[in-house]
Design a protein around this ligand. Structure first.
Ligand SMILES: [Zn+2]
Length: 436
């Protein structure tokens, strides 16, 4: 029988790491442990409630115990100001191992098999996004740019996530922050971050266990060669406007019989019939010159059969040998990156509001540390939702994600729970759900 994985176990890596954060304070005023600051900030993101800590402080005063301690292991609850001062000097890199510990804990589980169905590998989508932009608030990690005579301060981050074509949820991996040294252009900056991420983390995976997905900005020789050198596959968007030499070669092949292969099929999408046309060709040069890497190219065009209206078109380059049997899987994998972009960014838009609101931007690492903790909270929610039946039943009963968190917030505000199991069982029976 499969071992049950509890929330307590999923939170353990972060608790362990929080205890080993390097001490930066001199002098004797060490009333609060650094781990209390990290776990407190995390708890706010996890509960999606800026006022969670305040309520727990009140509960501590009235009841002599509180849920920040029992659920998150916070020994003494620091104020927002103290959290900011304690976490600002700590590099976000310290929290990275929590992502990988979680990945190791869950990667062999049946519930995650769907994530490996595509090409038998993990699909890792690499997307950059912005998480801070201001003309006044800034820190040492801000990237500066001059626009219309004004200085803009920004933070950008590469958000690698594991995705699957038929899954709406994504699993975030350790983010890679872009630095002021990465350059001013989005393309240079994201590419530098992608390269660092591959170099730092390739050993976390077995050889050829990963397929990287990225947009057209990154289907360039340096990134593709680096992926191959570290034994990772890739399926990258490849547009004609930015890959002239590859498409010149392709158009030559189109004139030769069998130079470009083609396959068409009908597909019922649940509402109407689609026609899907796949085309593919092998060994095309990624750039001009004798040292060009040769890659395989494939394309998918979808149109509505009854009207002839085109509804999708995409083209990719890949190291996979494309044939009529796998062209559908490859293009579907490439296409799955689209919804990921939305998912990842939604997390930041919908849930990211708390951190700058509560804690400010900081001078050194704070903004990046808080984002790292926020994504970690999102990852743990997602994993638990995928693997725990009781949690799934509660979530289903309560409907929208928002209702679920409102309920948890209200419960933990008034009542003390010994541990997560106590809270989940309370909700489960409170909702009169049947044990499965
Ligand atoms: Zn900054």
């Amino acid at each position: 029988m499969r071992r049950r994985l509890t929330l307590k176990q999923l939170l353990q890596p972060l608790k362990d790491i929080s205890k080993t954060l390097p001490e930066h304070r001199r002098g004797r005023n060490k009333q609060y442990a650094l781990s209390d600051a990290a776990l407190s900030a995390f708890s706010v993101f996890y509960m999606q409630s800026p006022s969670f800590l305040e309520w727990q402080r009140r509960m501590q005063r009235s009841k002599g115990r509180n849920n920040a301690a029992s659920l998150f292991g916070v020994q003494r609850i620091p104020s927002a100001e103290q959290i900011r001062d304690l976490l600002d000097p700590v590099s976000e890199e310290h929290f990275g191992d929590a992502y990988w510990a979680l990945f190791d804990m869950v990667k062999e589980r049946k519930e995650l098999e769907v994530f490996r169905r595509s090409m038998g590998t993990w699909l890792v989508s690499l997307d950059g996004t912005q998480h801070h932009s201001s003309t006044s608030i800034h820190c040492e990690q801000c990237r500066r740019s001059e626009r219309k005579g004004q200085t803009h301060y920004e933070h950008q981050v590469l958000l690698p996530v594991i995705c699957a074509p038929d899954k709406k949820v994504v699993l975030p991996l350790q983010p890679e922050f872009m630095t002021p040294q990465d350059g001013a252009e989005k393309q240079d900056c994201e590419q530098a971050a992608i390269k660092r991420w591959i170099q730092k983390h390739h050993q976390r995976f077995h050889p050829w266990e990963v397929t990287l997905l990225a947009d057209d900005l990154h289907s360039r020789q340096p990134v593709c060669s680096l992926a191959l050198a570290h034994k990772m596959h890739f399926i990258f968007t490849c547009k004609e406007s930015s890959h002239k030499s590859l498409y010149e070669e392709l158009h030559l092949l189109e004139k030769v019989e069998g130079g470009v292969q083609e396959k068409e099929e009908r597909h019922w999408n649940g509402r109407y019939w689609e026609r899907r046309r796949y085309r593919w060709a092998e060994a095309l040069p990624l750039r001009r010159g004798p040292d060009a890497l040769l890659v395989n190219w494939c394309e998918m065009t979808v149109w509505r059969e009854s009207t002839g209206k085109r509804i999708f078109h995409g083209a990719w380059v890949t190291d996979y040998a494309v044939d009529e049997h796998n062209v559908m899987a490859i293009t579907t994998a490439g296409r799955s990156r689209w919804k990921v972009e939305n998912e990842g960014n939604n997390v930041l838009k919908n849930q990211g509001y708390q951190f700058e609101h509560n804690y400010g931007h900081g001078k050194q690492h704070l903004a990046n540390v808080l984002l790292t903790l926020l994504l970690l909270a999102f990852l743990i929610h997602t994993i638990f939702d995928l693997i725990d039946e009781k949690y799934q039943a509660i979530r289903e009963e309560l409907g929208a994600r928002r209702t679920f968190f409102e309920t948890i917030r209200t419960l933990t505000r008034f009542q003390y729970f010994r541990n997560w199991e106590h809270l989940l069982v309370f909700m489960f029976y409170g909702l009169e759900l049947e044990p499965g």
